[in-house]
Design a protein around this ligand. Structure first.
Ligand code: NAD
Ligand code: TYD
Length: 356
C-alpha cells in the first residue's frame, strides 16, 4: 500500500511525511511544486530512502497526477499543497486562487477519475483527505464560543476565502460524485521546519539576528496554537477512522494573544541563548502597521475529534514552544539556507516603511 501526499516539502506536509515514515513502512509519493515555501532540505534525512518518492510538480497538472495515481495506486491522497500565507495573499491573491481553488479542483477531478476505475474493495477503502484551516470560519469576538464544525463559513482574507472555496469543492465532490473525502480544519501550527515568514519562526530568527520583532497593530489578536506533530497525529487519526464526508476541527486548546507569544519566545531565548549585553530580546519588540482586515480572534472547539476518534494533543504550549525554540537554535544551517532569494525579497516588500 502507498499514500500520495501533496505539498510534502512544506512546513506541515514535510513534518507529516517525516512522522509517517518514522512510524510506518508504507511508502509515500510526495508531489510538491517547490514554490518558495517548498524546501527539499527539510526532507534531507530521507535521501536514499526507497519509501519516499519525491516528484516535483503541480497538483493542477492532470496528466502528471493521473500518471502518478495509475503508477502507484495509492490507497489515499492527502492534500496539503496550498499557498498558505495571509500577508502574501493580500499582496497578490492570484496564486492563491490558482493553487487553492483551481489546483484543488483539478486534483479532485484527477483523483475522481482514478477512484472510479478502482475495483470494489480498493474503491471502498480509498480516502481523499483535505487539509484545511480554522480561518474559513472568520473572526470571533472576545466572548464568542470557539469554532465548531457547524459554524458558517465567513472567510475574510484572500487566503481564507480560497481555502473555504476548496473545502466547498471537496464537500461537493463527495455529495455529487460519492468521492470518499475527509476534511480537517486546524488552527495555527508551530514547530520545526516552519518558514520564517510566519509569526513564531520570524520572531526567533529576527531576535537572533538582532533585528526588530514586528508585532502587527496592538498585538492583542488571538490565535489557537497547535504543535505541528499534534496536527500530524490528528490527520493520521482522521485518515484511519474519520467518517466519510465529515469535517473535523483540530486545535490545541491554546488561545493566546500574539504579544504573549512573542514575549514567550523572547523569554526562552533569554534563557537558552542569553545576549552578551545581558538585555532581553523583548527590547527588540516593535509595533508595526496592522495587517488589513486582520482577524481578531480564532478559537477551535476540537471536541468532535476527541469524542469520535479519541484524539488529543500531546504537547502543551509550554512544552511545544520550548521544543520549537530549541530546534531553531540547533538548526542554524536550515535557517541560513532558507534565508535566501525569495525570502529576503519578501521581507523587504512586506515590511517596507517599518523600521527593520
Ligand atoms: P507551506 O506554505 O509551508 O507549504 C505548502 C507546500 O505546498 C509547499 O511545499 C509548496 O511548494 C507546495 N505547493 C504550493 N502550491 C503547489 C501546487 N500548485 N502543487 C503542488 N505543490 C504546491 O504550508 P503549510 O503551513 O505546510 O500548510 C499546509 C496545509 O495546511 C495548507 O493547505 C494550509 O492551508 C493548511 N494549514 C496550515 C496551517 C498553519 O498554521 N501553517 C494551519 C491550518 C491549516
Ligand atoms: P501568521 O503566522 O502569519 O498566521 P495567520 O495569519 O495565518 O494566523 O500570523 C499569526 C499572527 O501573528 C497573526 O495575527 C498576524 C501576527 N503577525 C505579527 O504580528 N507580526 C508578523 O510579523 C507576522 C508574520 C504575523
Amino acid at each position: 500500500m502507498t499514500i500520495l501526499v501533496t505539498g510534502g516539502a512544506g512546513f506541515i506536509g514535510a513534518n507529516f511525511v517525516l512522522d509517517w515514515l518514522a512510524g510506518s513502512d508504507e511508502p509515500v509519493v510526495n508531489l510538491d511544486k517547490l514554490t518558495y515555501a517548498g524546501n527539499p532540505e527539510t526532507l534531507a534525512s530521507l535521501q536514499g530512502d526507497k519509501r519516499h518518492i519525491f516528484v516535483q510538480g503541480d497538483i493542477g497538472d492532470a496528466a502528471l497526477v493521473t500518471r502518478l495515481l495509475a503508477e502507484h495506486q495509492p490507497r489515499a491522497v492527502l492534500n496539503f499543497a496550498a499557498e498558505s500565507h495571509v500577508d502574501r495573499s493580500i499582496h497578490g491573491p492570484g496564486d492563491f486562487i490558482e493553487t487553492n481553488i483551481m489546483g484543488t479542483f483539478r486534483l479532485l477531478e484527477s483523483v475522481r477519475g482514478f477512484w472510479m476505475g478502482l475495483a470494489d474493495a480498493p474503491k471502498a477503502d480509498f480516502r481523499f483527505l483535505h487539509v484545511s484551516t480554522d480561518e474559513v470560519y472568520g473572526s470571533l469576538s472576545k466572548d464568542d464560543p470557539a469554532f465548531a464544525e457547524t459554524n458558517r463559513y465567513e472567510p475574510n482574507s484572500p487566503y481564507s476565502a480560497s481555502k473555504a472555496a476548496s473545502d466547498h469543492l471537496v464537500r461537493a465532490w463527495h455529495h455529487t460524485y460519492g468521492l470518499p473525502v475527509l476534511t480537517t480544519n486546524c488552527s495555527n501550527n508551530y514547530g520545526p521546519f516552519h518558514f520564517p515568514e510566519k509569526l513564531i519562526p520570524l520572531m526567533i530568527v529576527n531576535a537572533l539576528a538582532g533585528k526588530p520583532l514586528p508585532v502587527y497593530g496592538d498585538g492583542m489578536q488571538i490565535r489557537d496554537w497547535l504543535y505541528v506533530k499534534d496536527h500530524c497525529s490528528a490527520i493520521r487519526t482522521v485518515l484511519k477512522g474519520g467518517r466519510l464526508g465529515e469535517t473535523y476541527n483540530v486545535g490545541g486548546w491554546n488561545e493566546k494573544p500574539n504579544i504573549e507569544i512573542v514575549q514567550t519566545v523572547c523569554k526562552l531565548l533569554d534563557e537558552l541563548r542569553p545576549k552578551a549585553d545581558g538585555s532581553s530580546y523583548a527590547s527588540q519588540i516593535t509595533y508595526v502597521t496592522d495587517r488589513p482586515g486582520h482577524d481578531r480572534r480564532y478559537a477551535i472547539d476540537a471536541r468532535k475529534l476527541e469524542k469520535e476518534l479519541g484524539w488529543k494533543p500531546a504537547e502543551t504550549f509550554d512544552t511545544g514552544i520550548r521544543k520549537t525554540v530549541a530546534w531553531y537554535l540547533a538548526n542554524p544551517e536550515w535557517v541560513a539556507h532558507v534565508q535566501s532569494g525569495a525570502y529576503r525579497d519578501w521581507v523587504q516588500k512586506q515590511y517596507a516603511g517599518d523600521a527593520q
